[in-house]
Ligand binder design. Structure first.
Ligand code: 4NP
Length: 155
């Protein structure tokens, strides 16, 4: 199973989602590859934001080796599931993917926590450290829900 997490810059939210879900999947011995990308391409090649790195590290998750890349249409061929962090990201994903967009594969990440609500993970980019902590907790809870659903399916 290959999963892609997508936000705008691929430096704040989706690197956390990648790191946290990969960590939990490994703990459950699930054969999952979790990666991430951004739709705006502004930060290509950069490491995750230092506050995302810091909060992840405080929680035992290492995201410092990730590098930002831009989401591309062919990601719909490479991944089984594409989670988007917010409505503006979904709009971009549809635009970039064009004919490759697959409604079966793409979903709002937070729908795994609050089904069908299409909620946004708030963008912590302009804020302070408390925003990153809040986003970490929300992403962590949602990753727990994704893993719990998978474990129930397996048993
Ligand atoms: P992210 O946050 O989408 O969670 O990585 C952002 C980072 C950078 C920008 C926007 C959002 N930016 O416009 O540079």
């Amino acid at each position: 199973m290959k999963i892609l997490m997508v936000c705008l810059g691929n430096i704040c939210r989706s690197p956390l989602a990648e790191g946290i879900l990969q960590h939990k999947a490994n703990e459950e011995r699930l054969n999952w590859t979790v990666e991430s990308a951004g739709t705006n391409g502004i930060h290509i090649g950069e490491s995750p934001h230092h506050l995302s790195q810091k909060i992840a590290k405080q929680n035992g998750i290492n995201i410092c080796n990730q590098l930002a890349r831009k989401f591309e249409a062919k990601d719909f061929e490479k991944y089984d599931k594409i989670y988007v962090m917010a409505e503006d990201v979904m709009t971009d994903v549809k635009k970039i993917a064009g004919k490759y967009f697959n409604v079966q594969k793409a979903d709002y990440f937070l729908n795994e926590l609050h089904a069908g609500k299409n909620e946004d993970v708030p963008d912590p980019w302009f804020g302070e450290e408390d925003g990153y902590i809040e986003v970490y907790d929300l992403i962590n809870k949602t990753c727990d829900a994704i893993i719990a659903k998978e474990v129930i399916k397996k048993n």
